[in-house]
Design a protein around this ligand. Structure first.
Ligand SMILES: NC(=O)c1ccc[n+]([C@@H]2O[C@H](COP(=O)([O-])OP(=O)(O)OC[C@H]3O[C@@H](n4cnc5c(N)ncnc54)[C@H](O)[C@@H]3O)[C@@H](O)[C@H]2O)c1
Ligand SMILES: [Zn+2]
Ligand SMILES: [Zn+2]
Length: 341
């Protein structure tokens, strides 16, 4: 069957790989829709690990239910891409997102577990979640990034009326902005290096104002709309320099949540955090409950994530879609891939 395989820096190729077979009770899923994520872009830019079948956000139908007696062929499902060990302290205390094994064997992020940019994939049975009829395949593929945003917002403990700054207007930033408004934020600002995405966030009514992150006076501009800074700043950009502006933009006693992933060091004197008693929290993934909550919110039409869907392409367009998403001038937010297109 055809699959999108990482070959080198910024280079995917479509290859024929063997069809997955059910092992250790795994569920075989036929992919309906599969999302391109900012984290996948980091792997693509690094070109590593070579041979990776990418894709960890997806919806599909059950081809073989494996050990899941409650599932039958044709059931519509999505799944958590993570693979916690179940035995360590983190897993036993319900925080499997901290488990050392969670990412090592994650679907579409490790060589051990080929991802969803293919016709079919094999999924750990306990991670598969049934989708209700009210949810489309497109929404099903967007549960995972939505849950990332919900987790960050839960960690932020927003109070009604607070001012929030989101840095980076990809799907993660926009979902955080959407939930911040739902939680009662009175003003949600966005800083973006890509003007098309900045404008799009306003059009989609998730942000009240956007700022050009390339402006040398960015922090001064961003602070003009506050008295002494933002109650909450969430970095969703994956840029270390943005973390510096995040810390400067938070008000004394404010909170900074780090969601974006970067390997570059952050260069800011610690006194900036010390003197203003900032709370700095990392946010990684989600809990199983948060994942399920996002499905429920979509099914009850309490949140609209389809507005973030820009287009649906076939497997042969994956390479050009990554190029588009990293061009810095495209207004596309979430691109989904339909292997049968
Ligand atoms: N912590 C987690 O659990 C988790 C989960 C999913 C994704 N992520 C990470 O979150 C980040 C965002 O994911 P995404 O899917 O939205 O990615 P994305 O690439 O679509 O969005 C990132 C956005 O940040 C913008 N940006 C880059 N540098 C900036 C800067 N200095 N200032 C302002 N904006 C800037 C880019 O133009 C882009 O629009 C990525 O780093 C991804 O790896 C983390
Ligand atoms: Zn993702
Ligand atoms: Zn564990």
């Amino acid at each position: 069957m055809k699959a999108v395989v990482l070959k080198d820096k910024r280079k995917f190729e479509i290859e024929d790989i063997s069809e997955p077979i059910s092992q250790n009770g795994s569920v075989i899923v036929s992919v309906k829709k599969s999302g391109i994520c900012g984290s996948d872009i980091h792997y693509w830019e690094a070109g590593s690990p070579k041979g990776l079948v990418i894709g960890h956000e997806y919806s599909g139908t059950v081809v073989n239910p494996g050990s899941r007696k409650d599932l039958k062929v044709g059931d519509r499902v999505t799944a958590l891409p993570i693979s916690p060990c179940g035995n360590c302290h983190a897993c036993l205390t319900g925080n499997f997102q901290y488990c050392h094994q969670t990412w090592t064997y994650a679907t579409g992020l490790s060589l051990d577990s080929p991802g969803s940019m293919a016709y079919e994939l094999s999924v750990r049975p306990d991670m598969v979640i049934k989708l209700p009829d009210e949810i489309s395949d497109e929404e099903g593929a967007m549960v995972e990034p939505t849950a990332v945003g919900l987790h960050a917002i839960h960690l932020a403990n927003i109070k009604v009326g607070e001012k929030v700054l989101i840095i980076g207007g990809g799907i993660i930033g926009l979902v955080c902005a959407m939930f911040a408004k739902k939680e009662g934020a009175s003003f949600v600002a966005l800083s973006e290096t890509n003007p098309e995405r900045g404008k799009k966030a306003i059009e989609l009514q998730v942000a009240d104002k956007w700022y050009d992150a390339k402006n040398e006076k960015l922090v001064d501009k961003v602070l003009e709309d506050t008295v002494d800074g933002y109650d909450l700043v969430i970095d969703c950009s994956g840029s270390s320099s943005a973390v510096t502006s995040a810390l400067i933009s938070a008000k004394p006693g404010g909170t900074v949540i780090l969601v974006g992933v970067s390997m570059e060091p952050i260069t800011i004197p610690s006194v900036v955090g010390v003197m203003r008693e900032l709370t700095i929290k990392g946010a990684i993934a989600y809990t199983k409950e948060e994942f399920q909550t996002c499905i429920d919110l979509m099914a009850k039409k309490k949140i609209d994530v389809l507005r973030f869907l820009s287009k649906i392409v076939g497997l042969s367009d994956v390479q050009s879609s990554y190029e588009e998403l990293t061009s810095g001038i495209s207004d596309s937010i979430k691109i989904l891939v339909d292997p049968n297109k």
